[in-house]
Design a protein around this ligand. Structure first.
Ligand code: TEU
Ligand code: CA
Length: 556
């Protein structure tokens, strides 16, 4: 497998609106990010992924882009962005941005021109189609609920939107659209961007003629993913995109790919793949409900371990996953993956340890490094997210009580990850001196950066040691390129694996159970590389006892 500049790096996702507000208007901004670069450098991360900062009406929090060449006023100016690029470069860090090109905002100039002339050339940049039998062209339900088709005012036409109606899908079959997108991507890469996280990309290929699919919900619609799964030929678009843009700049790209077809992994992330890497969402999918958040399933440890290991095995001769425990679309990892007895600092450190040392490129989501948790709300009005509002309604429509619907949001809402970063115990967690756009999690008084900064045994300082170990001169190669080998796969509660190459064999182990467990090491322990509980001694023989919530990284 090819070695690339990004293979040994650790990435960090910034969700700008909630990261740090420098001017007191309640919205995180570029100045806020600039003010925290030293913090990020001390954490040891190399690649910063900025969720969308482009000009946007923020119907879907910036994933609805009105101008791909402009910075949202809320976040700052292009000059500030250029300064951010320069300052990160000085620190040996890289910036990647979100590339959201399945759709744009309905406020984008192209769409406005399309509305003004629904049979003209701009309409051809979208999917403007006549209806069928007095209704929309097909029976698809969009990701945020309701039909994917919206009437074009004053016409018999409908336009396609897989996400919100304010996010019209771009027509990738149109070569003009593709060329304009490539120009835009190159413009940013020439500016000095290191690459992109590529949003919802599987959706760009549609099934010609938009056939109906069997109804799969009480709304009489069929999930639009049925069409996505049936669409053939997305690879053609993705290879062209790569050839025309990323490949010319040795850019790092990470795909957000759901609904990939079996056996396409190598086409996506092999040496000649469409992307450098893509997120491993297999563990996340374990809790997905059949019908929505209200019937999401609790996580079973054995399923989680088996799924993680299977994903690691599947990719070993192909490429590298991007490994995450959370992102801006997901609940917090500590609330999702840790059993209740482990929802504490030891658990957060253990989860970080066993996740970040997997083979692949680790992505830390803002606040993960201090163990930020899900946030309970008492009324749906306290949520902002469009997806949460839809899923709340889906729950009520399915007969849930208000309490049950709110519980479903507590467990699954995207806003769990979007509450402001808890910098200190000052009002609003020190995120802003004004009123935050979304209320901070009330547990900021105990979980915050300032408190953890100087405390040796904090989650934050553990993450710093963990990232340093992963990238260390001695073991970095092994953690990056070394093989992944599961151990004690059927042992209850233990998540453990070896990372191994010719130079080293390193055991990574965590006890997710409520009781201590003793396991037999495959070889004598030589050195303790990292502990989450302040362990100093290694066992003399091969019997290793891990306390509940204890993790250890051991050189064998
Ligand atoms: O997500 C794509 C996507 O498939 C998710 O919307 C997913 O279906 C949903 O989050 C499940 O809860 C990307 C972005 O990550 C997301 O924030 C955007 O809302 C979406 O694309 C549209 O751009
Ligand atoms: Ca601000």
């Amino acid at each position: 497998m090819k070695k690339n500049w990004w293979n040994g790096k650790v990435a960090y996702q910034i969700w700008p609106k909630s990261f740090c507000d420098a001017n007191g208007d309640g919205i995180g901004d570029l100045q806020g990010i600039l003010s925290k670069l030293d913090y990020l450098q001390a954490l040891g991360v190399d690649i910063l992924w900025l969720s969308p900062i482009y000009k946007s009406p923020f119907v879907d929090q910036g994933y609805d882009i009105a101008d791909y060449y402009a910075i949202a006023e809320e976040f700052g100016t292009m000059e500030e962005f250029d300064r951010l690029l320069a300052e990160t470069k000085k620190r040996g860090m890289h910036i990647i941005m979100d590339l959201v090109v399945n759709h744009c905002s309905d406020q984008h100039d192209w769409f406005q021109k399309a509305l003004a002339d629904p049979h003209g050339e701009y309409a051809e940049r979208f999917y403007f189609l006549p209806g069928r039998d007095g209704g929309p062209p097909s029976n698809y339900r969009g990701y945020f609920g309701g039909s994917t088709w919206e009437p074009v005012p004053g016409t018999e036409l409908y336009y396609l939107h897989m996400f919100a109606k304010e996010q019209p899908d771009l027509n990738w079959e149109n070569p003009v659209v593709r060329q304009k997108i490539y120009n835009m991507v190159n413009w940013w890469l020439e500016k000095g961007l290191a690459g992109f996280r590529i949003d919802a990309i599987i959706n760009i290929k549609k099934v010609p003629g938009f056939p109906d699919y069997p109804v799969d919900g009480p709304d009489g619609l069929a999930s639009c993913t049925k069409m996505v799964e049936a669409a053939k030929g997305v690879g053609g678009f993705l290879q062209e995109l790569k050839r025309e843009t990323f490949a010319k700049h040795d850019a790092f790209t990470v795909g957000e790919v759901f609904n990939m077809k079996e056996n396409e992994l190598a086409e996506f992330i092999g040496d000649e793949g469409h992307f450098s890497t893509m997120f491993d969402f297999s563990a996340h999918e374990l809790t997905f409900g059949e019908n929505g958040w209200y019937d999401s399933k609790p996580l079973r440890f054995e399923d989680w371990r088996r799924t993680l290991f299977a994903a690691q095995k599947k990719v070993e001769n192909v490429g590298f996953w991007a490994n995450i425990i959370e992102n801006h679309d997901e609940p917090r990892g500590v609330s999702r993956y840790l059993p209740s007895h482990a929802q504490n600092e030891a658990g957060a450190k253990m989860l970080g340890t066993t996740s970040l040392l997997l083979r692949g490129i680790p992505f830390i989501f803002q606040g993960q490094e201090i163990g930020m948790t899900n946030c309970r709300r008492t009324d749906i009005s306290q949520y902002d997210d469009i997806n949460t509002k839809d899923q709340y309604q889906v729950a009520l429509d399915a007969g849930c009580t208000v309490e049950q619907a709110l519980e479903a949001c507590y467990v699954n809402s995207r806003d769990n990850a979007r509450t402001p970063v808890q910098w200190s115990d000052a009002p609003h967690g020190g995120f802003t001196t004004g009123q935050p756009w979304l209320a901070v999690n009330p547990n900021y008084t105990t979980i915050n950066v300032a408190e953890q900064e100087g405390r040796e045994d904090s989650v934050l300082n553990h993450y710093r040691r963990l990232v340093a170990l992963r990238k260390s001169a001695v073991y970095g190669e092994t953690f990056t390129y070394g093989a992944f080998e599961p151990v004690w796969e059927t042992e209850p509660d233990i998540l453990a694996y070896l990372r191994r190459d010719e130079a080293h064999t390193i055991l990574v182990a965590g006890n997710y159970g409520p009781e201590a467990r003793t396991v037999t090491l495959p070889a004598p322990a030589r050195e303790l590389l990292l502990s989450n509980l302040g362990r100093e001694e290694l066992p003399a023989g091969t019997a290793l006892t891990l306390a509940s919530c204890e993790s250890a990284v051991i050189l064998l």
